[in-house]
Design a protein around this ligand. Structure first.
Ligand SMILES: Nc1ncnc2c1ncn2[C@@H]1O[C@H](COP(=O)(O)OP(=O)(O)OP(=O)(O)O)[C@@H](O)[C@H]1O
Length: 244
């Protein structure tokens, strides 16, 4: 875990012809990096994450995850390496209770029962929700659903976790809890978010997207404390910096 890297080279993508959404995107990410993907509404953050897990394919350019080039034929392999946590946890949880949801992927892989039980237990423990194992999904709070959705990805034993707006709709306590959990992970993480405070607290590196292009890629603290840069691209300083 944690040694896989991502390489994105000159990627271009459009949903509709004549309307480019991502343009000439190139970056690499190694091992245990924790990368925030930030940008104004419509900048292309979610689209980039979706391309990285093969929900869409680039018009040109390439994506390589570990040794595997992302293409239709390698999709099953890529999905085992890279786990995608949806913005809306509900879309990820569909079994009657938390345990069954987290056990679903390893069961689906045809793993022996003991291995399924072990992975499920470890995934629940990693996000500190072992006590919720038997709880029906509809009785979970928003923050608990988010942690359960992450656990369903961890039980697949991915090398990379991609998260779309993980802090959206979380109250301050759940938000703090999620920050703690993410900072305990040694996975390569890509976190697309509007919540620059959350990115500040969880990501070493930040990629700033504007109108489908990377305008900055570097140290989170440098990029997110540059008021002029952020304002030029439709963002504002993290709130915590205003308080300082
Ligand atoms: N399925 C789709 N079909 C056509 N256009 C789409 C589709 N999904 C997104 N878009 C367009 O692609 C652009 C980038 O959208 P995307 O969701 O990637 O941006 P984002 O940076 O994640 O935005 P937000 O912060 O608002 O979630 C937007 O102009 C959006 O309208």
């Amino acid at each position: 875990m944690g040694q896989i890297n991502i390489e994105v080279t000159h990627l271009n993508f459009s949903y509709e012809k004549q309307n480019p959404i991502l343009q000439d995107i190139s970056f690499t990410a190694d091992g245990q990096a924790s990368i925030g993907v930030v940008g104004a509404n419509g900048a292309g953050k979610s689209t980039l994450l979706k391309l990285l897990v093969g929900l869409y394919f680039p018009d040109s350019g390439s994506i390589r995850i570990g040794d595997v080039p992302l293409q239709k034929e390698t999709l099953a392999q890529i999905r085992k390496i890279a786990g995608y946590v949806f913005q809306d946890s509900e879309s990820q949880l569909f079994m009657p209770n938390v345990y069954e949801d987290v056990a679903f992927a390893p069961q689906n892989y045809g793993l022996p029962e003991e291995e399924v039980a072990y992975r499920t237990k470890m995934a629940l423990a990693a996000v500190h929700i072992g006590h919720l194992a038997k709880k029906p999904i509809h009785k979970l709070s928003g923050g608990e659903k988010k942690l359960a959705a992450i656990a369903t990805i961890l039980s697949m034993k991915p090398d990379i976790i991609l998260m779309d707006e993980p802090s959206a709709a979380l109250d301050p306590q759940n938000r703090r809890n999620l920050i703690r959990v993410l900072n305990e992970f040694s996975y390569l993480k890509l976190i697309a978010s509007h919540d620059l405070d959350f990115v500040w607290d969880t990501c070493d590196r930040t990629i700033l997207l504007s109108e489908g292009r990377i305008v900055c890629d570097g140290d989170t603290r440098e990029i997110l404390s540059d008021r002029k840069l952020l304002e030029t691209h439709g963002l504002e300083l993290p709130l915590s910096l205003y308080r300082k």
